[in-house]
Ligand binder design. Structure first.
Ligand code: TYM
Length: 404
């Protein structure tokens, strides 16, 4: 049995009230509770489960990102710099990061240590780390207000991951569905790094004692495991050091599906480039990918109930809703009952309007010699300054002598 939290319901209610008042509008959307515990979620927002305890107490004892207020929640999220970010990454994660950064203390990480759990060509990994960093800046990530950096530059991630390798249980990792999916029948031949990947992910977040993590729906199980690790660490060492992590799974597009198969998640590792729209795709490529996206012979349904057994239709409408900042029902009011042809044209136009400026701005940033490198370097220095005192305290707690 994984080690579980066991927070009393009354405590959860009290924490919910504090968290909602402190965390501001976007968090009150994400922190809604079902079953009469709190306000209803606005349409299209999905609360992550299980409910977690934000780190409002530890927040006061940490050093902070300059300019961050005392009661700001600390947010951490990461993305693998393999391939090029696609609209699943954008709608499920990056777009939400941009909305969150105005009100919270944010760290955004290109997780290159995670990337090499599957072999990466070193030249390509370096290039894609820079390319994706430029894309995030172009999407509106503010690297002055928050911190944008690459994981390998801050040693705390690997140091804490090792400690977590010694806290997490084999049984917990054996249950990770992403490992099973990625390893397939070949689990004897994959890297040991792939197996302990979730421990590193827990370390990424907890090296900063971050309490909130905006991600797409596919990361839910990893975050539950991160909480199990944090709470087992606290329990084993008799401390109240690591906060409970609250997943923020926001918006209608928390799981964007492949354009070729509505039952599969849109993914950078899908061999077919036609299965996704990349943030660097040219206008004609975007239009062509949407035109060729798999659909079915029926017209679009008039309401969301009509998506039953029609995952490809649902996926395109969800993408439309997320890009246009509309509800799914609003999209169906506009396009329901009509064929896919005009709907696909409208969707392609929307996507091009949204993505072309991002693609062009990223290209401009990449053309400035040393610019993206300098942003990442400065981000790494600032991240290191936050993580180092936390790491030293962790090392003291586990019984290591002070380092140099
Ligand atoms: P990664 O690189 O696979 O994806 C980055 C972010 O994009 C979201 N995402 C999607 N959202 C909607 N639809 C999709 N088809 C889709 N595909 C990806 C992911 O949920 C994620 O939010 N393990 C993580 C990276 C990571 C991390 C962390 C995240 C490492 N350490 C600490 C949060 C906190 C991953 O592989 O994401």
């Amino acid at each position: 049995m994984p080690w579980t939290l066991g927070l009393a319901l009354a405590e959860k209610r009290a924490v919910c009230a504090v968290a909602s008042s402190v965390l501001g509008p976007l968090f009150s959307q994400s922190l809604y509770t079902q079953g009469g515990l709190g306000p209803q979620a606005p349409a299209g927002f999905q609360r992550a489960a299980p409910f977690g305890l934000p780190s409002l107490i530890v927040a006061r004892s940490r050093s902070r990102i300059s300019g961050a207020g005392d009661n700001m929640a600390r947010i951490f999220s990461g993305i693998q710099p393999t391939g090029i970010a696609h609209i699943g990454n954008y709608l499920g994660a990056i777009q939400n990061w941009v909305s969150l950064q105005a009100q919270h203390e944010c760290l955004w990480c290109l997780v290159d240590l995670h990337a090499i759990t599957v072999f990466q060509d070193p030249v390509l990994l370096r290039a894609q780390t820079l390319e994706n960093a430029a894309l995030f800046l172009a999407c509106g990530i503010d690297a002055e207000r928050g911190i944008l950096f690459h994981q390998s530059a801050v040693s705390a991630h690997a140091r804490l991951a090792w400690i977590f390798n010694c806290v997490a249980r084999m049984g917990w990792l054996n249950r990770m569905t992403q490992f099973k999916d990625k390893a397939g029948k070949n689990s004897e031949a994959v890297s040991t790094g792939l197996f302990v990947y979730p421990n590193l992910m827990a370390a990424d977040i907890l090296a900063y004692r971050a309490s909130h993590v905006p991600v797409g729906d596919d990361q839910r199980q990893h975050l539950e495991l991160a909480n199990d690790i944090a709470q087992k660490f606290n329990h084993d060492y008799g401390v109240d050091f690591f906060p409970v992590i609250e997943p923020l799974i926001l918006g209608p597009a928390a799981r964007v599906m492949s354009l070729r198969n509505g039952y599969q998640k849109m993914s950078k590792s899908d061999p077919s480039d036609q299965s996704r729209v990349n943030l660097t795709d040219k206008d004609d490529v975007i239009a062509q990918k949407i035109k060729r996206a798999k659909t079915d012979p029926q017209p679009l349904p008039e309401s969301a109930e009509g998506f039953e057994g029609r995952p490809e239709a649902r996926n395109l409408v969800v993408i439309y809703a997320a890009i246009a900042d509309m509800t799914v029902n609003d999209v169906l009011r506009l396009h329901g009952g009509r064929g896919f042809g005009p709907f696909k044209d409208a969707l392609a136009t929307l996507l091009i309007e949204k993505l072309a400026p991002i693609r062009d701005e990223a290209a401009r940033l990449r053309a400035e010699p040393g610019h993206v490198e300098a942003v990442l370097h400065r981000g790494a220095m600032r991240a290191q300054a936050l993580a180092e005192p936390i790491m030293r305290e962790v090392e003291r707690i586990v019984g290591f002598l002070p380092g140099i």
